[in-house]
Design a protein around this ligand. Structure first.
Ligand code: ADP
Length: 852
């Protein structure tokens, strides 16, 4: 490399202190970075820098004791090498560190240290460039003679090596092509030299001195080589095998440094790489590009920044499964059994999945829609995806998209960037090693957007069957056929999925589970899985269904089964300790304490009555086994219950009603509270409400004011003008959670009607519905999840809009049987159903006296 002749390094350089190794201009070194100062430098200069200039750093060999206190900056070696950071690789194991690949450009000397923290920065003077100019006055002859002598030794050394090895041939060519003044540095870094010797060469600022110091090193190497060739010769026969495998390699190589070894290995690798490229089954276009790149690679000196990039690229191209696929073994009957075995309930989802698979079986190359499972967390979306892969006999790969906001995450970085890499799709293909895996795009609703482009737009290309046979990752820069990949997406809500993406997918709603379904899932799947994971057997631990129900109602409040699974895990852990210790407490005496046993039975539904604790008395088993998990054991392990049935307590005053809300995590019951006080007719709303919900509150008040006489509603002073001298405060608890949507309308009306009439709302009724100013009840969404939430909370009656009647069909029969549904089309019907004995209405004519 022309030593600084064309490169003007910045006058201020951040300094990297290397612990081992000395970097010389023209050579490349890999160095590990883990000291706080160096890490800071890498983070703020190399990883954040955007220009080529920002990747130039000063590399200073650390000559002081590396173990000395790292808080103070050690005294710096005065001369260093300006270097280009070619590659940065980060790792967290065994501790956070970076590995840098740096190429030396030219010498510099430190003029002044400008700052020490967070990493040292110094004002520097470029030395090699100065050298060229200042040396011009030197007697050309003297230096010419010296450089000629050096050149002769260098040629002699190289010619002792095996010229058939391309790296040696290249080195030979370099000797002629490189400027002479660059040779001492380059050769010193190639031949066997100690760090001390390298340091001396680095310090030899004058070219003459450098030549003089390097010649003895060359001579030493030549002598060593001669000696070795002599001793090797008689042994050659014995060594035939080795020689045959790696012709001449050993002989050429004897006095080499590890860097030399690496270099030669690199060369072998390049040859291997070319062979792999030629024998791989990549597309014609890809092959063409690869062959071109390998041609460039062969000509490139390894010290060039591009060398490592190109090699990484070629290695990836070879590894990609261009033509490698697993054979589909799809049999619908087996698929049905497998899906049924792996998952309880979720009939609708399983049915749709089977249809999808059946069509695939009939028509091999299906360009069908992408399935997108939408539902609360923990309802088995991912695990169904995994089952689909299993039924098809395909590889499974999950790509988490939550928080991805850079389109290069999907489509890769262009190769011109330092640290560029392919996107997640190509990376996934490399990981699974076949071109027809099942890719689960997890959480597509949580894709972000940023200045780096819209990842959803990049996903469009991936998911579109018309386009994805020629998906072009920016890093690969050649098309890769994704049409064999089976994409499945999951999301918690469709609201935040970009419309264009939504359009490419078929949405399959996966609702939450009922308590009975959860109990079944727990006993058929979760408990056996947890037992296995904890090395327990059913003979050691017994969890009756009542206990499971207790965990579901008192320790979890969720639509899916993830917390339930975790709680079961906690129980298994606790039991594992007891079993391992071999001295567990017997649970039997606890069962005798009838008082609390009853408490536990209170929550047992009819279906769960089967195995009560006392029924499962372990008659035939040894007295201490199995450990029975009853309510007391549960309390011991999981602590006091986290959720209590609070419904009836909270409804013990007028001005409280229960609404039903839908959230991406499933349905929930929501209390609405109202109170009134003297004031000037103001309405205060709290609980982080969105605009739509605030409007619902205003609508509700207006409707009640206009109908106050009809219902005999009065304010504190007996006036039908409800806001006369009165302020109203409406609060929606769980104030930290933002709420919005029109479906709380009927609940607000009921709550206020209760407040002004002084009557209690029935404690077992929940409601949802949008209202109009004229008192109509309009349909709302999420009925299924909302009804399940009401069922979970133990409520008995649910008021829903008349036009939502069709949604009830989707709800499991046992849930429907437990609940009474009131289908309301106007607010009169809602109020009549919400209060015991109905809500009195005066004859309709009175309505004309409305204040509105
Ligand atoms: P999601 O992707 O919907 O958030 P997961 O697929 O991760 O949920 O499911 C969480 C856990 O619950 C998994 O261990 C899964 O096996 C289990 N699970 C969920 N639903 C069922 C079901 N219907 N039958 C059996 N196991 C289930």
């Amino acid at each position: 490399m022309a030593a600084g002749s064309a490169i003007q390094i910045p006058s201020r350089l951040p300094l990297l202190l290397t612990q081992e190794g000395v970097l010389l201009p023209g050579s490349t070194m890999r160095t590990s970075v883990d000291s706080p100062r160096n890490m800071q430098l890498v983070r703020s200069r190399l990883l954040k820098g955007t220009s080529l200039r920002s990747t130039i750093i000063g590399v200073i060999p650390n000559t002081s004791d590396p173990t000395s206190d790292c808080d103070d900056l050690p005294s710096l070696h005065r001369i260093g090498t300006a270097a280009l950071a070619v590659q940065v690789v980060g790792s967290n194991w065994p501790k956070p560190h970076y590995t840098l690949l740096v190429t030396g450009l030219c010498r510099f000397q430190i003029l002044q240290l400008l700052k020490e923290k967070p990493y040292p920065v110094a004002e520097v003077e470029q030395l090699d460039r100065l050298e060229q100019f200042t040396n011009q006055h030197k007697s050309e002859e003297e230096l010419g003679e010296l450089s000629e002598q050096f050149y002769k030794y260098a040629v002699q050394l190289v010619e002792m090596l095996d010229m058939s090895v391309p790296a040696v041939a290249k080195l030979r060519r370099l000797l002629d092509n490189l400027p002479r003044e660059a040779l001492p540095d380059i050769l010193t870094s190639i031949i066997r030299t100690s760090n001390q010797e390298k340091l001396q060469i680095l310090d030899a600022v004058s070219l003459e001195e450098r030549f003089k110091m390097t010649i003895p090193l060359l001579v030493r190497q030549i002598e060593g080589l001669k000696l070795l060739q002599k001793t090797r010769k008689p042994k050659q026969d014995d060594d035939k095998r080795v020689v045959a495998i790696r012709p001449n390699r050993r002989i050429n190589h004897i006095p080499s440094t590890t860097e030399d070894e690496e270099e030669e290995e690199d060369h072998d690798d390049v040859v291997m790489l070319e062979k792999k490229i030629r024998t791989s089954s990549m597309s014609e276009q890809a092959l063409k590009v690869c062959l071109k790149e390998i041609k460039r690679l062969k000509k490139m000196p390894q010290s060039m920044p591009e060398y490592a990039l190109t090699r990484n690229y070629l290695e990836l191209m070879v590894e990609l499964p261009w033509n490698k696929s697993t054979k589909d073994r799809l049999e619908i009957r087996a698929a049905r059994i497998l899906l049924d075995n792996d998952h309880y309930a979720m009939e609708k989802l399983k049915k749709r999945v089977l249809e999808y698979l059946a069509v695939r079986q009939l028509k091999n190359n299906l360009k069908g829609p992408i399935l997108c499972f939408v539902g609360p967390p923990g309802v088995g979306k991912t695990s169904v995806g995994r089952s689909i892969a299993k039924t098809l006999g395909r590889e499974f790969h999950r790509i988490a998209l939550g928080g991805v906001c850079d389109q290069s995450d999907i489509r890769g970085h262009r190769r011109t960037y330092v640290g560029s890499m392919p996107g997640r799709i190509i990376n996934g293909l490399k990981t699974v090693g076949v071109n027809n895996p099942v890719f689960l795009l997890d959480e597509v609703d949580k894709l972000g957007k940023s200045l780096q482009g819209d990842p959803a737009a990049a996903l469009l290309e991936v998911l579109d069957p018309e386009q994805n046979h020629s998906f072009t990752d920016h890093y690969l820069n050649v098309a890769f056929d994704l049409s064999q990949v089976l994409f499945i997406a999951t999301a918690n809500t469709t609201a935040t999925i970009p419309p264009a993406l939504l359009d490419r997918m078929e949405i399959i709603q996966v609702p939450g589970y009922t308590q009975e379904e959860k109990i079944e899932i727990a006993h058929r799947h979760l408990i056996p899985k947890q037992l296995e994971q904890h090395g327990l057997t059913p003979q050691q631990i017994q969890i009756p269904q009542v206990t499971t129900l207790d965990i579901i109602t008192r320790y979890t409040r969720e639509a899916g089964v993830r917390s339930l699974d975790r709680k079961l895990g906690a129980i298994c852990r606790a039991v594992a300790v007891k079993v391992a210790e071999g001295q567990h407490k017997e649970t039997k005496p606890d069962r005798a304490e009838v008082g609390e046993g009853e408490d536990c039975k209170e929550h047992v539904t009819e279906d769960a009555k089967t195995e009560s604790i006392s029924d499962t008395a372990d008659l035939a088993l040894p007295p201490e086994m199995p450990i029975l998990i009853d309510f007391h054991a549960l309390k011991d392990i999981l602590g006091p219950p986290m959720y209590e049935m609070e419904v009836s307590e909270r409804l013990s005053q007028p001005g409280v009603a229960i609404g039903l809300a839908w959230t991406p995590l499933g349905g929930e019951i929501m209390f609405v509270e109202a109170s009134r006080m003297d004031g000037e007719g103001q309405l205060t709303l709290t609980g982080q409400l969105g605009d739509v919900m605030k409007e619902s509150a205003h609508l509700a008040i207006s409707w009640l004011r206009s109908n106050a006489k009809r219902y005999q509603l009065t304010n504190a002073s007996g006036s039908f003008d409800l806001l006369d001298n009165t302020d109203i405060h409406l609060h929606f608890p769980a104030g930290a959670v933002t709420k919005d949507g029109p479906s709380a309308g009927v609940t607000i009306v009921t709550c206020l009607a209760s407040l002004f009439s002084g009557r209690l709302v029935c404690s077992d009724v929940a409601m949802t519905g949008e209202i109009t100013l004229r008192g109509l009840v309009l349909p709302v969404g999420g009925i299924k999840d909302k009804v399940l939430a009401a069922h979970r909370a133990g409520l008995k009656r649910v008021i829903i809009p008349q036009r939502n009647e069709k949604d009830l069909e989707e709800i499991a029969v046992n849930v429907r049987q437990d609940l009474t549904f009131v289908l309301a089309s106007c607010l009169d019907e809602v109020l009549n159903a919400a209060f015991d004995g109905g809500f009195a209405v005066k004859p309709r004519i009175e309505r004309l006296n409305s204040k509105l």
